[in-house]
Design a protein around this ligand. Structure first.
Ligand code: IPE
Ligand code: IPE
Ligand code: MG
Length: 249
């Protein structure tokens, strides 16, 4: 007799495939606390966090979610101790290199949002290759927010639009929401339907400020390294019970 699988490979029967979020965004918070609870260095929490993300990406793919965006490093995270920032950059580069082949094989299309210019050159090169190598993949779209800040994103869009106006290429009264969105890092990507934040914090920490105007929010006390398919199922179940009104009655 075969043993019962311990992970839910197929979409759980109590979820409605017609009402799944198209785009899920995650604030992967609580790596440090997870490590501290175990008397481990924070870096161990970040390592474990990578496994969680990998598993969530696979789960989204298995269950038919089209886009997953993960907040990997905020513009505010530069204020952490240099040692931690360096560790995160190195970890990120290593993981990208290590996982690229598998992501390519599994049909993952990877993209990045954020200001990549201050990142180490070797990391930028790794990012460039990953985007290039996966650009024609037809499976899940995986977006990594790296050196991302919502206010910074909106400001750079304003500057780019002002520049167009100054050059006479765009008229003031042509600027509307649809035009504005074309200048965001997320141009062409639908807004998140569901935001999940782990570790209980009730804030959005400068993530996707414009894009989350009507996103459903889900916060769990679970720390990111422990967020698994069962937790994700719970979040989706909760999401499907909601009535999204978008201002209507
Ligand atoms: C999230 O975990 C990972 C990043 C911000 C890169 P934290 O490192 O914020 O963990 P806590 O919040 O200190 O527990
Ligand atoms: C948000 O987590 C950023 C990422 C998960 C990358 P933080 O841990 O930086 O957020 P705050 O400081 O608690 O708001
Ligand atoms: Mg945190």
């Amino acid at each position: 007799m075969t043993t019962k699988p311990t992970v839910l490979r197929d979409l759980p029967a109590d979820l409605d495939v017609q009402r799944l979020p198209k785009h899920v965004a995650v604030i992967m918070d609580g790596n440090g606390r997870w490590a501290k609870e175990r008397g481990l260095p924070r870096s161990m929490g970040h390592r474990r966090g990578v496994d969680t993300l990998k598993e969530l990406l696979r789960c989204c793919k298995d269950w038919g979610i089209q886009t997953l965006t993960a907040y990997a490093f905020s513009t505010e995270n530069w204020s952490r101790p240099l040692e931690e920032v360096d560790f995160l950059m190195a970890l990120f580069e290593r993981v990208l290199r290590r996982e690229l082949r598998e992501m390519t094989q599994e049909g993952v299309r990877i993209n990045f949002v954020g200001d990549l210019s201050p990142l180490p050159a070797s990391l930028r090169e790794e990012i460039r290759q990953a985007v290039e190598q996966t650009r024609n993949n037809q499976g899940i779209q995986f977006i990594v927010a790296k050196n991302y800040g919502g206010r910074g994103e909106i400001l750079q869009a304003c500057r780019a639009i002002a520049d167009q106006v100054q050059q006479g290429l765009l008229q003031l009264d042509e600027i509307n929401e649809a035009i504005f969105e074309q200048y965001l890092y997320t141009a062409g990507i639908c807004d998140p339907d569901l935001l999940i934040r782990t570790s209980g914090e009730m804030r959005i920490s400068n993530f996707l400020l414009w894009q989350m105007a009507y996103t459903e929010l889900y916060v769990t006390e679970t720390l990111w390294p422990e967020f698994d398919r069962i937790e994700f199922h719970r979040a989706l179940h909760d999401y499907q019970r909601r009535h999204r009104r978008f201002g209507r009655i």
